[in-house]
Ligand binder design. Structure first.
Ligand SMILES: Cc1cc2nc3c(=O)[nH]c(=O)nc-3n(C[C@H](O)[C@H](O)[C@H](O)COP(=O)(O)O)c2cc1C
Length: 255
């Protein structure tokens, strides 16, 4: 293999912070006074909105964080059990839940985000969740609700294909598919956005791993997915908004 060195063309460059020396921060949409993009994509008019149970209503027991960290592992074998709606609500809250609305452009979440510019939308390929028909949904963090996006023909096959044949995605109760809306982060960071978006995604998925431990479920991060199939499944253009990470979730047999 050709030995890569750190040039602007090499993948290694991506992991450095050198780009920040090159970005003209006086020339970003933020510094030009352009309004930031909305923190949440609106639901299409007439679409079905499913309110999620609020934290106070969850029948979820407290769980020792130390145990969750110690026992977390990537889990690829799921039972056929359904997830309950409050369990799904808990996972969504843990990964993108709103902690504090400072103002309409600065919304603090349960996970950190560089410059408070969380770029993600959370799509769900639902197979087995109590009270939800199988299909594609999206989390609306500001409303703590789901919007039904569309039905998915043959969801297990579609999700397996999206994950390059990794069959456990089709066996999950629900598969999280995170996209990034590029303009949210680019508004402040321009070309310095891409590394921080990848870092942000890691925090989100780790919270999913830990939250899954609490409810007797498991997950496995997936970076090996088919970009075009993933973007097509969730209905994004793959440029302004694109899939960055996937995580199937299901109940697991307790040891
Ligand atoms: C960024 C990232 C991408 C990953 N992609 C995949 C994947 O596509 N398929 C898979 O089976 N596991 C994937 N994994 C899971 C790793 O294989 C797993 O974390 C690793 O083997 C360590 O095991 P543990 O998570 O149980 O500690 C991924 C993990 C990370 C953090």
């Amino acid at each position: 293999m050709r030995k890569p060195t750190i040039t602007t063309e090499s993948g290694r460059y991506f992991l450095t912070d050198r780009i920040r020396d090159e970005v003209n921060f006086y020339d970003t949409p933020q510094s030009e006074g352009i309004a930031p993009p909305p923190v949440q994509k609106p639901a299409a008019p007439g679409s079905r909105i499913i309110p999620l149970p609020a934290p106070a209503a969850w029948a979820i027991t407290t769980y020792d964080l130390r145990t969750a960290i110690a026992e977390r592992e990537s889990r690829r074998r799921f039972t056929g059990e359904r997830l309950l709606l409050d369990e799904l609500a808990f996972l969504l809250w843990a990964t993108q839940g709103v902690r504090n609305v400072l103002h309409e452009t600065a919304v603090l979440r349960t996970v950190p985000s560089a410059g408070c510019r969380p770029p993600f939308e959370t799509y769900l390929g639902v197979l087995r969740v109590a009270g939800l028909e199988p299909g594609l949904y999206r989390y609306l963090p500001l409303d703590h609700a789901l919007v039904h996006e569309r039905d998915i023909p043959n969801p297990p096959a579609a999700l397996t294909a999206v994950c390059r044949g990794q069959a456990f995605a089709g066996q999950a109760a629900v598969t999280f598919i995170w996209t990034a809306v590029m303009a949210r982060t680019e508004w402040r960071y321009a070309e310095a956005s891409y590394k921080v978006i990848a870092l942000d995604a890691g925090h989100v998925c780790q919270n999913l791993y830990l939250a899954c431990e609490v409810i007797g479920a498991g997950t496995c991060a997936i970076a090996a997915y088919n970009q075009r199939l993933a973007d097509d499944l969730v209905g994004v253009d793959g440029n302004e908004e694109l899939t960055v990470y996937i995580a199937p979730v299901g109940k697991v047999a307790r040891k």
